[in-house]
Design a protein around this ligand. Structure first.
Ligand code: ADP
Ligand code: MG
Length: 679
């Protein structure tokens, strides 16, 4: 790697600014790619301007005026030999008033719009026409930058870097040619200095062969890294489990139901993994209510029967508590010792739990992310089960893995189905099992989209439903910006409901309550002592109260689709016909309506997840902000599916036949250009 300081013409301040952009090396500078481009390669005459197209025009200012009513605006008219049009500035500096004086000759660049006085450009870039203005030979790249580093200085630095010849091709030519992609260095040349005839639209959509080559490289790096990760896992030892299944069959005998075909199928897949000499890393995917918990319990028993401890972890205290209760019911008859560990418990309880975990008397430990903490020492951890895995970060998962020696088996569960492109990319190192059928006897949930203006009818509906002996959830509006506001809203809603329904027993649960309080409210709701539960989205995951058959979600338009689907999955768990009412504030935008339409038109978690991914992108979908999942910068999983498939198809061959190139490729993409992390 060539450091920036090795280039003599780079000044210290320039290097400092580049460092601020995260650029340390010449290689990284070259991989600092344009956000967009502008076409200053030719001038357009005023009569040839077209609405919606960007253009560069040269002419003379024939009118300029700042007006203050109704609001401050600077309006000017630019004229050339063929006509005139308007320049409009809603914010401007005093220097711009000087630039836009009548009589000045200017070159302006901007997008043409149709305005009140004919064509106009809003906030065009303006340059005085002097002796030194010339038409650019290539499209002008616009880079992400920091204050103090101008586009011009950045461009110049990149031009110098391009002449250093520091970029090696990492792929064999026959491989990239096979996919009709250009070489790496010619791609970079063209992206930093695209020739004038290039289709600007294609360039901005990253659809040119050069962008595609870089997207391919990035996807390939991801694939290679995942494969290596997968191979590494196959080379390490796992806890050995014996084949006996005494406990599992005892458990199955006590259940009030029989397993569905789908549950049996995934149980077999898991059992197979547990017999392998290397640790399992399996993702168990199944829509809400498909019955993942019993499968987790069966898996746990196989570990326990072989003398290994099991950690069962859930993302919220409510859910962890519920698992704990369920495990007590299922496993106490089998004489299994269960411990409980969360952040919210008393110091004393915690100490007992820690003691039982470290001396091995606790066979199953249920808890929240408190289980990750360093102080928690397992005697002999053989299996980690992680519920709602998408709620946990990669780092947290790794931390739990390190709690056992040898590396424990891992079973991850999720109710958010993973769209195909994601499972081919971010989840490529995992094995996946799918529970694709719901237990029998469930009546499908009816979903209704109702305007908040009809709130009275909905309240009436809640009243009737509770009078018939059913239970209901009322989900408060989501307020992401402020936890304090969220809390206030939850409390307000609770008071409103108490006034509205003096005859009902009503509970409140939200994220800021003490663990013990939350537990007692949930327990009361579970037991039927409460009829209506006012809740924030803390109940989104996993909560299982079969008698609850009505859910009202306020401000549904603020929530993500997968989130709504999860929430809705809290009802429809028993035999009664269930309804989910999505209340929205008046005047839904077109896009908001389209989003909500997906939810009320389908109960298919897969279709919803795919729509959610399309609408929000993988970052939001995976909850990257919390999870630290490394993101793709150039490739786009919607646009570049073919490249993803190509990269996937070729990764194995490269690893076998070109190991040295693979290392170079990973070095480039895992450190320099992308935020991908080497695993
Ligand atoms: P999820 O997959 O959303 O975690 P759960 O494991 O909570 O779903 O299961 C939902 C409900 O269905 C629970 O009450 C569970 O006991 C019940 N259940 C699980 N498997 C079956 C089955 N095969 N037949 C009937 N009910 C089942
Ligand atoms: Mg669950």
């Amino acid at each position: 790697m060539t450091m920036l300081s090795e280039i003599k013409t780079f000044s210290k301040p320039l290097i400092a600014n580049l460092n601020k952009l995260g650029i340390q090396t010449v290689q990284a500078l070259l991989l600092h790619l344009p956000l967009r481009y502008i076409d200053e390669t030719h001038l357009t005459e005023v009569r040839d301007l077209r609405v919606g197209e960007a253009a560069q025009v040269e002419g003379e200012i024939v009118y300029a005026e700042v007006s203050y009513k109704p609001r401050k605006v600077l309006i000017a008219r630019l004229e050339d030999a063929t006509g005139q049009f308007t320049l409009r500035f809603l914010h401007f500096y005093p220097s711009q008033i000087t630039t836009l004086k009548v009589g000045n000759k200017l070159r302006v660049y901007g997008e043409v719009r149709s305005g009140y006085y004919g064509y106009e450009m809003v906030h065009p870039t303006c340059k005085a026409v002097g002796e030194r203005t010339f038409v650019a030979e290539t499209l002008t790249p616009i880079y992400p930058t920091v204050a103090g580093l101008t586009q011009g200085a950045l461009r110049k630095a990149i031009d110098i870097a391009l002449k250093q010849n520091v970029l090696k091709e990492t792929l064999p030519a026959n491989i990239y040619q096979k996919f009709k992609l250009p070489s790496f260095s010619s791609s970079l040349q063209a992206l930093h200095n695209p020739p004038p005839h290039v289709d600007l639209q294609a360039l901005e959509n990253k659809a040119t062969p050069e962008w595609q080559r870089l997207a391919f490289d990035e996807l390939l790096a991801q694939q290679l890294s995942m494969r290596k990760h997968y191979a590494r896992r196959r080379s390490v030892d796992a806890p050995k489990f014996s084949a006996s299944k005494q406990l599992v069959s005892s458990l199955l005998k006590t259940l009030p139901f029989v397993l569905t075909q789908a549950q049996q199928k995934v149980a077999v897949e898991i059992e197979f993994d547990l017999r392998q000499p290397h640790p399992m890393q399996r993702l168990l995917q199944g829509d809400v209510g498909s019955g993942k918990t019993i499968v987790a319990c069966m898996t746990a028993l196989q570990s326990i029967e072989s003398g290994w401890q099991v950690a069962l972890m859930a993302p919220t205290e409510i859910l962890a508590e519920q698992h704990y209760q369920k495990m007590l019911i299922w496993l106490t008859p089998l004489n299994i010792q269960i411990a409980w560990l969360t952040g919210g418990q008393s110091k004393k309880d915690r100490e007992y739990a820690m003691r039982d975990i470290s001396n091995g008397s606790a066979q199953l430990i249920v808890g929240t992310h408190a289980l990750f903490q360093e102080a928690v020492q397992f005697k002999k951890l053989g299996l980690a089960i992680i519920d709602e895995q998408h709620r946990f970060g990669v780092q947290q998962r790794l931390a739990l893995r390190q709690k056992g020696q040898p590396e424990p088996h891992q079973l991850m569960m999720t109710a958010t189905p993973i769209p195909r492109t994601l499972s081919m990319s971010y989840y490529a190192d995992l094995d996946v099992s799918v529970i694709d059928e719901l237990p029998p006897g469930r009546t499908p949930i009816v979903t209704k989209l109702v305007s908040d203006a009809r709130r009275d009818e909905i309240l009436q509906r809640v009243r009737e439903s509770c009078a018939e002996g059913h239970q209901a959830y009322w989900v408060c509006p989501l307020i992401e910006e402020s936890e304090a506001l969220q809390l206030a809203t939850a409390n307000d809603t609770y008071v409103l409901m108490q006034n509205e329904f003096p005859e009902l027993k009503i509970g409140l649960v939200h994220g800021r309550m003490k663990a013990a309080e939350k537990q007692s409210v949930m327990a009361a709701f579970s037991a039927g002592d409460l009829q209506l539960l006012v809740a924030t989205t803390v109940i989104e995951v996993g909560v299982d109260v079969p008698n609850a058959s009505l859910m009202v979600i306020e401000h549904a338009e603020r929530m993500g689709l997968s989130q709504l689907h999860q929430l809705r999955g809290r009802v429809g768990r028993g035999a009664a016909k269930s309804t989910c009412i999505l209340l929205y504030q008046n005047k839904l935008s077109e896009t908001a309506r389209a989003r909500l339409k997906v939810i009320y038109e389908t109960n298919d978690g897969f279709a919803i997840a795919q729509a959610d991914l399309n609408l929000r992108g993988p970052g939001e979908f995976l909850g990257v902000r919390q999870s630290g999942v490394p993101m793709l910068k150039i490739a786009d999983l919607n646009r570049d599916v073919e490249l993803l498939e190509a990269a996937r198809a070729i990764a194995e061959k490269l690893l076998k036949e070109y190991p040295a190139e693979v290392e170079q490729h990973l070095d480039r993409w895992m450190v320099g250009a992308s935020q991908l992390v080497k695993v």
